[in-house]
Write a protein that binds this ligand. Structure first.
Ligand code: GRF
Length: 218
C-alpha cells in the first residue's frame, strides 16, 4: 500500500500559507499530511496556530547569523524533519536562506512560495518591489528551492493584476489569496509524484497509478 506523504513546513511568521495547506489537507485535497512545523522564532503566530490545529510544532534557535542559518542549526532542522519522517519540505514565509544540509537531505523535495512572478522581484518585500517598478501584473510562484535566493525551478505561478490605487498591503493581500491556492496544488502534484525536474524546468506529468516513487511504498 502507498504510504502517506509527510510534509514538514518551515515558517517564521503569520502562517496563513501553513493554514491554507492544513485546510487543503482537511478537505482531502492535499494528498499529504502536515507532519511538523519548524519555526525559527519563539514569538511567531504560526507556532500557536500549528498547536491549535494539532500539528506537531518545534521552535529552533537560529543563532545569531541573520539570513543564512549556521550549518549546525540547519542540521538540527534536518533532524527534526527526519524524526517526523518527512518526505517533502515546504518553506512558507521562512525568513532564512537554506543551504547544503537541508538541500542534500531532501533532494528535489524542498518547495517555497514567493509573492512575485519569479524571476522578477526575488528577495524581500516583493509586492513593494512590484509597485515601485510599476508593473501592471504581478503574482506568486511556487518553486523548488536551490542554493540561490528564490531561484530554483518553477512549479506553479498565478498572476494578479496591479490596480492603480493599490498600496503594498492591498496588493500583498490579493497575491496571498492566490498563494494559498497554488501552494496546495503544488504540494498535491509533488505528493502524487507528478513533478519532474530537468535542469531549470519542472514539468507536470500525467498521474501514475502508483503515485510517488517506489521509495514511498510501505
Ligand atoms: C507570503 O507572502 C510568502 O509568499 C512569503 O512570505 C509570506 C508568508 O506569509 N514567502 P504567511 O506567514 O504564510 O502568512
Amino acid at each position: 500500500m502507498k504510504r502517506e506523504v509527510r510534509v514538514g513546513v518551515l515558517a517564521s511568521g503569520r502562517g496563513s500559507n501553513f493554514e491554507a495547506l492544513w485546510r487543503a489537507q482537511e478537505a482531502g485535497e492535499l494528498g499529504a499530511r502536515l507532519a511538523v512545523l519548524v519555526c525559527d522564532r519563539a514569538d511567531a503566530p504560526v507556532l500557536q496556530l500549528a498547536r491549535r490545529l494539532g500539528v506537531a510544532a518545534q521552535c529552533i534557535d537560529p543563532g545569531t547569523r541573520r539570513a543564512r542559518l549556521p550549518e549546525a542549526v540547519e542540521s538540527e532542522i534536518v533532524r527534526a524533519l527526519r524524526d517526523q519522517r518527512v518526505d517533502l519540505v515546504c518553506l512558507a514565509g521562512f525568513m532564512r536562506i537554506v543551504g547544503r544540509p537541508l538541500l542534500t537531505a531532501f533532494p528535489d523535495a524542498v518547495l517555497n512560495i514567493h509573492p512575485s512572478l519569479l524571476p522578477s522581484f526575488p528577495g524581500l518585500a516583493a509586492p513593494r518591489q512590484a509597485l515601485e517598478h510599476g508593473v501592471k501584473v504581478t503574482g506568486c510562484t511556487v518553486h523548488f528551492v536551490d542554493a540561490g535566493v528564490d531561484s530554483g525551478p518553477i512549479v506553479a505561478q498565478a498572476s494578479v493584476p496591479v490596480r492603480a490605487d493599490d498600496d503594498e498591503a492591498s496588493l500583498a493581500a490579493r497575491i496571498l489569496e492566490q498563494e494559498h491556492q497554488i501552494y496546495a496544488r503544488a504540494v498535491r502534484l509533488w505528493a502524487d509524484g507528478r513533478l519532474l525536474v530537468h535542469g531549470r524546468r519542472a514539468s507536470v506529468h500525467e498521474p501514475s497509478p502508483s503515485g510517488h516513487g517506489s521509495n514511498l511504498e510501505a
